[in-house]
Write a protein that binds this ligand. Sequence first.
Ligand SMILES: [Zn+2]
Length: 301
Amino acid sequence: MNGLSEAERFLIEAVRRGDEQAWPQLVARYQGRLLAFARQRARRPADAEDFVQEAFIGLLRGIGQFRGDASLETYLFTILRRRIIDAQRGQAASLCLLNDQLRGKDDNAAPIDLPAPDPTASWYVRRDEHRDAQRRALAQAIDQLVSGYKESLNFRELQVIELLFYAQLSNSEVAEAVGVSPGHVASIKHRSLARIRQHLPPEARQAAEIGGTSGGDALLTEVWEDHRPSCPKRSTIGAFHLGTLDSGNRAWHDYVDFHLHRLGCRFCLANLHDIQAGEDQTDQQRVRQRILQSTVGFFKR
Ligand SMILES: [Zn+2]
């Protein structure tokens, strides 16, 4: 469970043991951000709570096979997003607001290729093992690339590759968004792909086929969505909200601002909205009760 924090690992293991105290804690920890995400995406506001409830049920159903390659938050967001796409008949919504602004909201809702509707997270755990190993290797390579950018404060290049691989913009759209030439964008893309390849183990290099093929680029985007290597931590988003983030590091502050407000990452915006909404205890408790009631059967076996 490489992608998990200590707290997440502790919660998951406690829930697996059937610890009835751990489950309400886990629900309380994640429900707000999931609800904020679902409310952005659900066509009818009343559906948002259903989707979140189903995401938690999906987590419990698949918890035996949960490997923890990505954070628990990202895993829950992924189940939730799949559920929303299934319920809204394959209408995929972009993950970044910038996409909607450039393409127009409705045009962007193109059907995408997905497994048959499945209320559990089994689509996630049943995937092909070999392909999964490829994806894990690719995720690690992207992680290393992103960490390198962050350590060297090279936020310009990080923004460019987020716009290319996460928001899936074309070279010329990226050029316009960050104010550089399309040629410059192309060279950053070339350089970053070369670095990703370098970080891949030899056996993954060829099969991943990244760069140069549209299938390879799609895989890159898929891995980006499933692992969210560049998304700031929730604590960082909290500090950004409080205005305490930029002590001595303006570039980092500006990058987080870009990720939230220019790129418009919907996962991170869901966290920001949840933090901004603060603790509306009655509403939170009502939703939590509902989720706990619907999952009580899992702990009575
Ligand atoms: Zn993000």
